[in-house]
Design a protein around this ligand. Structure first.
Ligand code: PLP
Length: 463
């Protein structure tokens, strides 16, 4: 990612020494469609609208902070992924990115499958009517109770993550008199992040079973020997916010190699491979994500080519995008509170939320954009850091960005691309009330996850 080391902002330009920010956009009023959901636009008065509703109306009706999710964009992205991969592949939405009953219904209607990785996610999926056979169950430490429920419900696949779990799932399945469809999660020795991937010989992480040292082959041997298990394939997930397909290429090659070894040793060709999720989205104007059809073609070309050279039947591919589906579909709306210009440094803009509704900046040094959305402004750009109201100096939402210099308390600002891993990672730090998620579509807005109340906080506090 190329970042300008020297800010070109007209204010503070001579004094800034640290930070990764680009020059301000030529016109801060222009909303870069790359980072905003599809129905976002500015109305004649300059206010941002989503699904045909202005942010002023949304703020009045639902309060701030709040997440606004563009339902038609979400559905369009589901369809784009399903269409791109076609009938010979399966798209599993990774529920951990953001899951609610409404989301489950949209997925079901748009033909997607669903990954869950906890009892809570499984309950939500089943409660909202996702057919169990369209659910995959993940996790490196599924409890016995969770496995029992997944097997009883009849989930389409359980992704086995350890030698102990192979035995555990086999026993539980046998006890229920079923053969549970399973995949084995392997670590292929590739770690991918954004624009680079690292090939490592050893996997120093908690997920999966290493291909190296023949561990994965041994896991396959055991799974094939147990009556309770129907081994349908091999799973690999290599990272997150990935733009570079090279990591997937290495991963697919190694997974296909394992399938060939399995055929040679056991005389079986496993019918499926899962290449995981991790596809990147645009958080700022500098990110250039690929379209689902490009990703589908790249992955299917890689797998087809590798299978041809290994003389294997091409397996059915599945993928598990989470962020790439929900991430771009929502923004967080905040009201500006205190504004603190630090002479010679930057201006701190405090909002009515913070690390409790978006932990990604503090946790991963994530980058976000921000815009003034209740109006337009012709004021010059000022370098800001958008911070929350929590008792933590690392409580940063947007590290470096530009907002108009006439920004004032009471203005509404919005941070785009907060659909994934924001509400799902939200906390009650400082007894913050977790914000609602409001779905907006065709001029209508409805709460799909309500705002927490102080009563909710007190209800849990039973001391
Ligand atoms: C987190 C995760 C995903 C989804 O990752 P995204 O970056 O949201 O696409 C998919 N599969 C597995 C196994 C995961 O752990």
């Amino acid at each position: 990612m190329s970042r300008s080391a020297h800010p070109a902002g007209p204010r503070h330009a001579d004094v800034l020494t640290e930070g990764h920010y680009s020059a301000p956009a030529a016109d801060l009023n222009v909303l870069d469609e790359k980072v905003w959901s599809r129905t976002v636009t500015r109305d004649a008065d300059g206010a941002l609208t989503v699904g045909g509703i202005t942010v002023a109306r949304l703020a009045e009706e639902f309060g701030t902070p709040a997440y606004f999710l563009d339902e038609s964009d979400f559905r369009a992205r589901c369809r784009a992924w399903a269409d791109a991969f076609g009938p010979d592949a399966d798209v599993f939405y990774a529920g951990k990115a953001f899951l609610s009953r409404a989301v489950v219904r949209w997925l079901k209607e748009e033909g997607l499958n669903l990954d869950v990785c906890s009892g809570g996610e499984l309950t939500t999926a089943l409660d909202a009517g996702m057919p169990a056979e369209r659910i995959a169950f993940h996790g490196n430490n599924k409890t016995v109770a969770e496995i029992e429920r997944a097997v009883e419900a009849g989930v389409g696949r359980i992704v086995l993550d350890s030698f102990q779990e192979i035995v555990r799932v086999a026993h539980i399945a046998q006890r229920h008199g079923v053969r549970q469809r399973v995949q084995i999660r392997v670590t292929v020795g590739v770690e991918a992040h954004t624009h680079e991937f690292i090939a490592t010989a050893h996997e120093d992480q908690k997920f999966g079973i290493a291909l190296a040292d023949g561990q994965a082959a041994e896991a396959v041997r055991r799974a094939l020997s147990l009556d309770g298990l129907d081994l349908i394939g091999v799973h690999s997930h290599i990272g997150s916010q990935i733009f570079d397909m090279a990591g997937f290429e290495v991963s697919a090659r190694r997974v296909v190699q394992l399938l060939a070894e399995i055929r040679d040793e056991h005389g079986v060709e496993l019918p499926e491979i899962d290449l995981g999720g991790g596809l990147g989205i645009a958080y700022t104007s500098e990110d250039d994500p690929r379209e689902p059809h490009e990703i589908a073609k790249a992955l299917s070309d890689i797998v087809t080519r590798e299978c041809e050279s290994a003389k294997l039947r091409t397996p059915r591919i599945s993928v598990e995008p989470g962020r790439a589906i929900v991430g771009p579909t929502a923004f967080t709306l905040y009201e500006v509170g205190t504004i603190k210009p630090l002479e010679g440094l930057r201006t701190y803009v405090s909002v009515d939320g913070g690390m409790s509704d978006n932990i990604r900046t503090a946790l991963y040094d994530a980058e976000y954009s921000v815009a003034l959305v209740s109006r337009t402004s012709d004021a010059e750009p000022m370098l800001v850091r958008v911070v929350g109201k929590h008792c933590e100096s690392g409580d940063i939402v947007v590290k470096d960005a530009f907002l108009p210099a006439d920004l004032a308390p009471g203005d509404l600002i919005a941070v785009p691309a907060t659909g994934a891993y924001c509400r799902s990672m939200a906390s009650n730090y400082n007894h913050a009330l977790r914000p609602p998620v409001v779905a907006v579509r065709d001029g209508e807005a409805r709460v799909i996850v309500r705002r927490e109340t102080e009563e909710d906080l007190l209800r849990l506090d039973v001391g």
